[in-house]
Design a protein around this ligand. Structure first.
Ligand SMILES: Nc1ncnc2c1ncn2[C@@H]1O[C@H](COP(=O)(O)OP(=O)(O)OP(=O)(O)O)[C@@H](O)[C@H]1O
Ligand SMILES: [Mg+2]
Length: 245
């Protein structure tokens, strides 16, 4: 049975809570709008502030499968969307030759069928799942190159992929898309316009103590306050990398 999406901002807040995620009302509002309107949620922020975790929590609490695409420099369609299995196609051709198959059209049709297709995360995310639309996490988009970003723009517009030899694959229901970025480079406005955007900042001390209480329940209040105060001081210091949560 499909777990339904929250129907209010409070519903989103409690959904995050059920996944042990401490979020504030502004995050819950943006999440609610993204889920309600079926648009991607674009999360930008410092390292270790809980961007990736939101996708994991959504998949867990809504009981959906999660498809994760980790971005990196040089990421291309073959690694992100689909690729033909050339080795298997070659074996199929050799076998057909050995069996004396002469129908070239039939063979061509055969080797470009789904059996020889390697589905990568973005294509898999468009497939129907009995538990409902999947959660698609496109993690650290700022690491990918601009041409890939342009490709994504098209995909996120109508949730379909065209495979020239096979046709167009369209999602019956759009997946729940979470995009994250550490802002090592600026993501194009055209992509941001298709999403609901939220900047995740370091939490205030009280919120960070709440997170600590959930993640490390055995820690006493005094120690928790000291740890949080120390980490907050470190974040003020002139460090190459500031500590996350
Ligand atoms: N608001 C929160 N509530 C509960 N746990 C949190 C929260 N924010 C962060 N965490 C915890 O902090 C850790 C780091 O979070 P996460 O990996 O999501 O950060 P990130 O923003 O994706 O970092 P990076 O930029 O390095 O990928 C996780 O273990 C997560 O459980
Ligand atoms: Mg992350």
């Amino acid at each position: 049975m499909t777990v339904s999406l929250p129907d209010s901002i409070e519903g989103c807040l409690s959904l995050l809570r059920r996944g042990d995620y401490v979020g504030d009302r502004s995050l819950a509002t943006t999440l609610f709008l993204a889920l309600k309107m079926g648009r991607p949620l674009f999360l930008e922020g410092e390292v270790g502030v809980g961007k990736t975790e939101i996708a994991k929590v959504l998949a867990q609490v809504l009981d959906r499968s999660m498809v994760r695409l980790q971005c990196y420099e040089g990421l291309d369609v073959a690694s992100a969307v689909y690729e033909w299995n050339y080795q298997r196609q070659m074996i199929e051709i050799r076998l057909a030759e050995a069996q004396g198959v002469t129908n070239r059209d039939g063979l061509g049709h055969d080797i470009f069928s789904e059996r020889f297709l390697i589905k990568r995360p973005l294509l898999r995310a468009l497939e129907s799942d009995k538990r409902g639309p999947q959660v698609l996490l496109i993690d650290e988009l700022d690491r990918s190159d601009e041409p890939f970003e342009a490709y994504l723009l098209e995909l996120l517009g109508d949730f379909q992929v065209t495979i020239p030899e096979l046709g167009t694959v369209r999602a019956n229901e759009p997946p729940i898309v979470i995009i994250t970025s550490n802002r090592t480079r600026e993501i194009h406005d055209a992509l941001k316009r298709r999403c609901f955007y939220f900047w995740l900042d370091y939490p205030e001390a009280a919120r960070e103590r709440e997170i600590l209480a959930i993640k490390a329940p055995g820690v006493g209040e005094r120690l928790s306050a000291q740890v949080v105060a120390f980490v907050h001081e470190l974040r003020e210091a002139d460090l190459f990398k500031r500590p996350g949560i």
